[in-house]
Design a protein around this ligand. Structure first.
Ligand code: BYC
Length: 473
């Protein structure tokens, strides 16, 4: 295996695909199906070409090439991070043993399930973002959207490679299914909740890339620890690409908040909408929505699935090697969020193994706080007293311990009736969404930007903001 990609092949790869003709043929027969999915479910705005990065090397430096490419000619490829010959399994009952290069029979179905769930999210996000090009606030943003889209397409390739290479006929069938399920479909929806929600406007897109892509970061981080070495190495490289997706979300929300703060400081909080900005309370409602549906992506507060995954060595913890414990957790306990017997929100002590979804969700929440701090610094810098905040962990949850209760963003219990009447105070209403959508007028002119968002500080890859990032027809 080499670190650099072979681009002479039909499917660029660094896994010596040409040495396994059967696998190569199987993937080459999946390729046209992927391309026809991309044509029908991928970005709907026609473009001549886009200034995109393409992965060329999995090493630390110089891993990507930037240039204008027609999106249908993008070279989606298969790249695994370099193999570490000294690697040992870091947790669970196989701790200390060499990692597996093949799938052990006893863990086959669990591993396949994890890979399918991960793979399902990638094309789902492309489908959700399909129509955003038509309303991009600038060519810079348009290019970033397409960069995210092509890389989510590549992440699908990453999972499909594992399914084809290691899971035989069932794996090939699952790879087909990944192209047949669709976000929001009645008959064949995507597997996880957040991936069937709409991303109808750019505020949603930035919130999605901040909060939902960040779930991706944490889930990939746990799969990077996996004893199944090909999965670990795939996820390691995906995380590298993922960083840009979260950058798009973080700085996107920065720029929306900056523009709103500017309008509030110059005029009056009530005048933001009239002057073409997005009111801060609407930004807060979008944040509440995307954060809460992303919390659901971590599964239940307690889960026997996650205990089994960990013990078997399939899915570790975030930064497993930095944890100061025995990495098997058989005699540890953990406090997890729960609704107590008297109906109060509290905590309960459980075996650490079954609480691992909570452990990961907590890491994620701490990371989300850092974004809120940034955005509040922007508000403070504009001389404003108002602040954004993350809602309570039990707010608007549909999965886990809080699925059956309703609370305010401050964590106050509500009856179902009260929730029904008051949810519009905290989640985007039709009026809010219609207003945000009305602002989404495309700005496809070089160097120009929509009025509801501030321009970025820097362009991409050292290019200026007014670079011709996308050539439209
Ligand atoms: N919606 O035992 P539990 C990304 C299911 S994002 C619907 O508590 P577990 C990306 C669950 O599957 C990262 N169903 O859950 C971001 C289980 O069903 P089964 C994606 C849900 O198994 C942006 C049942 O409920 N990667 O990469 O401990 C753009 C009981 O649940 C949901 C992964 O998620 C939900 N929200 O944990 C592009 C990693 N939550 O098995 C890409 C792989 C739970 O009983 N997946 N359920 O039929 C996993 O590790 C786990 O499957 C989960 C759930 C963390 C998702």
């Amino acid at each position: 295996m080499t670190t650099s990609a072979d681009y002479t092949e039909k499917i660029p790869n660094n896994v010596d695909l040409h040495e396994d003709r059967r696998l190569q043929r199987a993937l080459e027969s999946w390729q046209p199906n992927f391309l026809s999915w991309w044509e029908s479910m991928g970005p709907s705005l026609p473009t001549q070409d886009v200034y995109l990065r393409t992965a060329i090397n999995v090493g630390r430096e110089g891993w990507a090439h930037f240039g204008h490419v027609a999106m249908r000619d993008y070279r989606w490829g298969i790249f695994l991070a370099e193999r570490d010959p000294g690697r040992r399994i870091g947790f669970g009952e196989h701790r200390g043993e060499p990692p597996w290069q093949k799938v052990p029979g006893e863990y086959r179905s669990e591993l396949q399930r994890l890979i399918v769930v991960q793979g399902d999210t990638e094309p789902a996000s492309v489908e959700q973002q399909r129509n955003l090009g038509a309303t991009a606030p600038s060519l810079y943003d348009l290019r970033n959207l397409f960069q995210v889209n092509v890389e989510e397409g590549r992440h699908l390739w990453a999972m499909v490679y594992l399914l084809h290479a290691h899971f035989g006929r069932e794996g090939r069938e699952e790879a087909e299914e990944l192209l047949h399920r669709n976000s929001g479909s009645q008959d064949a929806p995507r597997i996880l909740g957040a991936f069937n929600e709409e991303t109808p406007d750019w505020l949603s897109f930035f919130m999605f890339t901040y909060f939902t892509d960040r779930d991706g970061k944490y889930q990939l981080g746990t799969l990077k620890e996996s004893a199944f070495d090909p999965l670990s190495r795939t996820c390691e490289f995906m995380l590298k690409e993922e960083a840009h997706h979260m950058f798009v979300g973080t700085t996107g929300i920065d720029r929306v908040v900056e523009r709103t703060a500017q309008l509030m400081a110059e005029h009056d909080a009530d005048e933001v909408a009239a002057r073409g900005g997005i009111p801060l309370d609407v930004i807060q409602k979008y944040l509440n929505f995307h954060y809460s549906v992303s919390l659901d992506l971590f599964g239940g507060e307690t889960s026997t699935n996650v205990a089994n995954y960990y013990t078997a060595g399939l899915k570790g913890r975030w930064l497993e090697e930095r944890r100061r414990d025995d990495h098997t957790l058989t005699s540890e306990s953990l406090m997890v969020d729960a609704v107590t017997d008297d109906g109060q929100i509290g905590q309960t002590e459980v075996a650490a193994l079954v609480g691992l979804n909570t452990d990961l969700r907590r890491e994620y929440i701490a990371d989300c706080e850092s974004g809120v701090k940034r955005w509040n610094r922007i508000l403070a810098g504009a001389g404003l007293d108002l602040r954004l905040k993350l809602p309570h962990v039990a707010f608007n949850r549909r999965v886990g311990a809080f699925a059956g209760i309703e609370v305010t963003p401050d964590g106050e219990r509500l009856s179902a009736d009260q929730w029904e009447h008051r949810q519009g105070e905290w989640l985007p209403t039709e009026v809010d969404k219609t207003h945000v959508r009305s602002l989404m007028q495309p700005v496809h002119e070089r160097g120009k930007i929509a009025a509801w968002i501030a321009p970025p500080r820097n362009g991409i890859n050292g290019k200026p903001f007014d670079y011709d990032y996308v050539h439209l027809y």
